[in-house]
Design a protein around this ligand. Structure first.
Ligand code: SIN
Length: 427
């Protein structure tokens, strides 16, 4: 079938920048902050509000070898095992060795992580990790805290941001080099309607594509825009078949669609059990880590048990946490369950797998460069090779941070765009 290509209206306005970042999660805002700090004229465009992306919804945390006795090498081993032999080991090595420093720089940016009584960063466990390695904030509101800190930093740095901006296409010069993006903005005053941000570097950080599936943990904005734009521009994509299903998503009915409440893997990390309707812990004997096996193994085991028992969901039992621990450690999940009439303090939580994370995406090298010159991809939009066939829990926020810094370094090394007389004119 011949593809039909719709032509967008000609841009009614244009602005110039050294780099335009599309998306405002951890990957996009970290890239933008680093580029701006190096003196590049940086514009962030985002489809809804700055904090409407997936980052805000992340619960469990961010994985890094920060604990006593932990090492990047052990984090590497767990990542490679979870990735089922399909990770790019060089990319994983960059992730795990640069990860602890990247988390510390995020703390310097203003993110406040939970700490132990002794003042160290509190670490939890999640599936596939052989150690406590997951830093968290607000108990189970890690993404919300990271998003808050980055948005505050963007505002403090007075970065140029354009919200409610749907990116339409990549602008390319006659040689196919990136020249900016066209976008459709709704209600931004002087930048209303179809316009263009012209820049020699474009960073796609538009998040995932969970909304392609009926039930997902992703927010409504996660519609795969970056991958679609990159494909239209001729960029290579890879591993798109590796869509990760999160094992424990609050079950709201078989026909419940769209974004569903996540029940973080950290709940299992702190000792919750998966049971079927008869109370049997079906993960025992299936994997040495039982409920904390890598995510694909747990999701498949749940689905198998649902088929075997003819049921639509399994249960996550954490009644033994007691009210105090639920309130202190998992306030977001507790509130979400109670909002749906389930009290995890007194009853097991009905859970089933749902689409959660795109492990593949726009193929990049170790500097985040796609196959289109000047076009970068970062975070869930990208396929750096760190996730292989199955992302290790809580490696995604870390990937966003580490590769954002790598991309910013590359963009900065390329230097600012050629200045024109318009650059000298007063704004
Ligand atoms: C979770 O909290 O279970 C999700 C963490 C992740 O997707 O890495």
């Amino acid at each position: 079938m011949t593809g039909i290509r719709l032509t967008a209206p000609a841009p009614g306005w244009a602005i110039d920048a050294d780099v335009v970042v599309v998306g405002s999660g951890v990957a996009g805002l970290t890239t933008a902050l680093r580029c701006a700090a190096a003196g590049l004229a940086t514009v962030v465009v985002t489809k809804a509000r700055l904090d409407d992306g997936s980052t805000r919804w992340a619960q469990g945390g961010i994985a890094a070898a920060l604990g006593e006795g932990d090492t990047p090498e052990q984090h590497l081993d767990d990542t490679l095992v979870a990735g089922a032999g399909l990770c790019d080991e060089t990319a994983v090595r960059a992730l795990v060795t640069e990860g602890p420093g990247a988390v510390r720089r995020l703390i310097d940016t203003g993110a406040r992580f939970d700490t132990t009584e002794a003042g160290a960063i509190a670490l939890t466990r999640e599936g596939g990790h052989h150690r406590r390695r997951i830093a968290h904030a607000g108990g189970d509101a890690t993404g919300a805290e990271i998003s808050r800190a980055l948005v505050d930093a963007v505002r403090a740095a007075a970065l140029r941001t354009i919200e409610n901006a749907l990116v339409l296409d990549l602008l390319q010069d006659a040689e196919g080099r990136t020249a900016g993006v066209t976008l459709h903005v709704m209600g931004e005053g002087q930048h209303d309607g179809v316009g263009a941000v012209r820049a020699p570097a474009v960073v796609l950080a538009t998040g995932g594509m969970g909304q392609v599936f009926a039930a997902t943990t992703n927010p409504p904005v996660s519609t795969g825009d970056g991958v679609a734009l990159a494909l239209r521009a001729g960029a290579e994509v890879s591993d798109l078949e590796f869509v990760q299903f999160h094992p424990t998503v609050l079950f709201l009915g078989a026909d419940s669609e769209g974004q569903q409440p996540l029940v973080s893997e950290a709940v299992r990390g702190e000792g919750a059990h998966l049971v079927d309707a008869s109370g049997t812990r079906f993960m025992l004997g299936q994997h040495e880590l039982a409920e904390l096996a890598p995510r694909d193994i747990v999701a498949k085991a749940i689905t198998r048990q649902m088929h075997l028992t003819g049921t639509e969901h399994m249960y996550l039992d954490a009644r033994h946490f007691g009210a105090g621990m639920w309130e202190r450690r998992f306030p977001t999940i507790l509130a979400a369950c109670r909002a749906h009439g389930i009290d995890p303090v007194t009853e097991p939580i009905p859970v089933a797998p749902a689409a959660h994370y795109a492990s593949g995406g726009v193929r990049t090298d170790l500097r985040g460069r796609t196959t289109v010159p000047g076009l970068y991809a970062c975070g869930e939009t990208a396929c750096t090779g760190v996730h292989g066939a199955n992302r290790l829990a809580s490696n995604s926020l870390l990937e966003g941070l580490v590769f954002a810094e790598r991309i910013a370094a590359d963009v900065v090394a390329s230097g600012p765009r050629e200045r024109t007389p318009a650059d000298a004119a007063p704004a």
